[in-house]
Design a protein around this ligand. Structure first.
Ligand code: MN
Length: 300
């Protein structure tokens, strides 16, 4: 079997595994039938790759793979939450230390000539994988710290959590926001929002490119939605973390800049933190949590 065919078959296997786990975790889904139908389609395609490979051209396989890939992501990003108050969302969570490398959503050579096959293999299989491993390790170590109540290394593992978590989440976004059929301009509401936020698509593109070109050292340029300002914004993420994971929504924040406590507590930050717990407005945190739960991505 050609490398190309076997890569696509591997992707089918990964996608099938993801669907199977998904169906297992959410047995009450109302679109279960549709998902099972899609699952069958995927199985047929995979089996064709095995059995009829000599009769299939790369073009045929490519076209079908793109169609299936599109459907896969459409289905999983449109997943609606049936009951906000059930613990279903928890059921869909990634277990602690259980992140997985998502399969590349197209063949390794599918983005050529713009990005070459060798880069994609190295980038996805080695670099992204190492973020996944590092994130799992950090989560396990922090779990151990909670269990043993030993937080001596909390700073180190928080750093690792941010560095590897940002790496994992941003790469997962990166693969999915590229497509062999990509390019052109957005349409509809996204285009309207871009025009509203940046003046025009060309101005957005210019700022995004300039910001990307001027990231110091390693990093990212990221188009973000700000629920607070109700606008899109372009941000640079130097070294991609600075102790955040990016694809997350803040729920509870404690300001530990000196200006927040110095007049009263001087250098006793610990006392300020201990006392601060008397002030936490949990209903508001709960409200933010419930709003945030409406955003759902495919778990990896
Ligand atoms: Mn990278």
């Amino acid at each position: 079997m050609s490398d190309y065919f076997s890569n696509i078959r591997k992707w089918c296997d990964e996608a099938l595994r993801a669907i199977k786990e998904f169906l297992k975790e959410t047995s009450k889904r109302n679109n279960q039938k549709e998902l099972e139908k899609f699952q069958e389609k995927l199985i047929t395609f995979r089996d064709d790759l095995n059995e009829k490979q000599n009769n299939l051209t790369e073009k045929e396989v490519y076209d079908k793979a793109v169609e299936i890939y599109d459907e896969f992501y459409k289905r999983f990003s449109n997943v609606s939450v049936e009951d906000e108050n059930s613990n279903m969302n928890i059921g869909r969570s990634v277990p602690i230390g259980g992140h997985k490398l998502p399969p590349l959503p197209y063949a390794y050579n599918a983005l050529e000539p713009y990005i070459d096959e060798e880069t994609m293999r190295l980038h996805h299989d080695k670099h992204h994988k190492s973020y996944v491993d590092g994130l799992n390790k950090a989560e396990m170590e922090l779990q151990r710290a909670r269990q043993t109540n030993n937080f001596d290394l909390v700073k180190h593992w928080e750093r690792e959590l941010a560095f590897n978590g940002a790496g994992h989440y941003l790469h997962t976004i990166f693969w999915s926001v590229m497509s062999p059929k990509g390019g052109g301009q957005p349409q509809g509401r996204l285009l309207q929002a871009i025009n509203h936020s940046f003046g025009s698509f060309d101005r957005f593109k210019k700022q995004f490119s300039e910001a990307a070109n001027k990231v110091e050292g390693g990093g990212w340029t990221i188009l973000v939605w700000s629920p607070r300002s109700g606008r899109l914004e372009i941000l640079q993420a130097e070294k991609h973390q600075n102790l955040s994971q990016w694809d997350v929504i803040p729920l509870l924040a404690l300001d530990v800049w000196e200006h927040a406590y110095y007049l009263k507590y001087k250098n006793n930050r610990k006392k300020y933190i201990d006392n601060w717990w008397n002030l936490v407005n949990w209903p508001e945190v709960d409200k933010r949590f419930n709003e945030a739960q409406k955003v759902r991505w495919v778990p990896y």
